[in-house]
Design a protein around this ligand. Structure first.
Ligand code: NAP
Length: 284
């Protein structure tokens, strides 16, 4: 068996089209959606990601403003920038890019981003709202997992789903989103005993551990759908996931590639969230 390739391009293209339509309408009413990306690092990978968001935003009519606080910015300075953006009625979405300067903690600063502008779901209040079933933006990556599963019509209700990873930005929110869809969800982490025994039960396996090649064929039940969220740099400057694609491809029923799977959908969702935030503000 060779797994069906769950490419993200088509999913992202649909989202971009919907975003461009809504952004055009908002602009027509003088309320063009604006995303502010706050940066406080000179990390090259981060700069590349921010450039790719700005480029994607330009293509769908979202105004993307990058505010660079500099790599030595204090928590106070970044907090003031976020507070200003929170109060600015022309800014609809706010994103705080990582890494942050040494000693500056994302969780503390994220509270400056109000949930209604928290388009990447980093404020602990957004995760709390998500867990409580209240309206909130999920982190774009977590929602991208669901967008891929939905696009390829993967059934979730009543199915055994295993998530590897319990971070607040991917593992936990994705587990909540899956629970909301009536999946039976198990979360694994670095202290899970016998990972393969647990992941081997999954009909749908979502992997977000940040460990290249962690998941091999022995971790996957035949025919399972496998979503690889991992993005790990390779020595030659490329990107690889958490799933050993070569061995898993012959055992899984369907598998996302890396790159080209969850990643492009994440960026598209960030912009879609910005438009949704602008629409919510326009509706009062
Ligand atoms: P993270 O904060 O480092 O969390 C990793 C999680 O994986 C932790 O819960 C950790 O367990 C668990 N883990 C690590 N090693 C494990 C092992 N051997 N067995 C089982 N669980 C293990 O990472 P993250 O921010 O969630 O990101 C996860 C991956 O997704 C990374 O590769 C990241 O680059 C990628 N990512 C991709 C996108 C995208 O757009 N495609 C966006 C965001 C993140 P403990 O809690 O016990 O430490």
């Amino acid at each position: 068996m060779t797994a069906v390739n769950l490419a993200g391009a088509e999913v992202a293209a649909r989202l971009r089209a919907a975003t461009a339509d809504a952004a055009g309408e908002l602009a027509g009413h003088g309320a063009a959606p604006r995303l502010a990306v706050v940066v406080a690092t000179d990390d090259e990978a981060s700069a590349w990601y921010v450039r790719s968001i700005a480029k994607a935003a330009g293509k769908v009519g979202v105004d993307c403003q990058v505010i660079d606080c500099g790599p030595t910015a204090s928590a106070e300075a970044i907090g003031q920038t976020l507070s200003r953006l929170a109060a600015d009625h022309r800014t609809h979405g706010v994103m705080l890019q990582t890494p942050l300067p040494a000693g500056v903690v994302l969780r503390d600063l994220a509270t400056f981003i109000p949930p209604e502008k928290d388009v990447d779901g980093v404020n602990p209040a957004s995760l709390g709202r998500l867990a409580s079933g209240l309206p909130a933006f999920a982190p774009a990556t977590a929602e991208a997992v669901l967008a891929v599963l939905d696009h390829y019509q993967v059934e979730l209700a009543g199915r055994e789903v295993v998530v590897v990873g319990r971070s607040t930005i991917v593992g936990k929110p994705v587990a909540h989103l899956l629970l909301d869809r009536d999946a039976t969800v198990t979360i694994c982490h670095s202290r899970t005993v016998d990972l393969a025994a647990v992941t081997g039960r999954a009909e749908v396996l979502v992997v977000a551990a940040g460990r290249a090649g962690l998941i091999t064929a022995k971790h996957v039940s035949p025919g399972a759908t496998v979503i690889d969220v991992g993005t790990n740099s390779t020595v030659d400057g490329g990107l690889t996931g958490d799933v050993e694609q070569e061995s898993v491809r012959d055992r899984a029923g369907a598998l996302t590639p890396v790159p080209g799977g969850v990643g492009p959908v994440t960026t598209a969702l960030l912009l879609w969230h910005t438009v949704r935030a602008a629409l919510a503000i326009a509706d009062g």
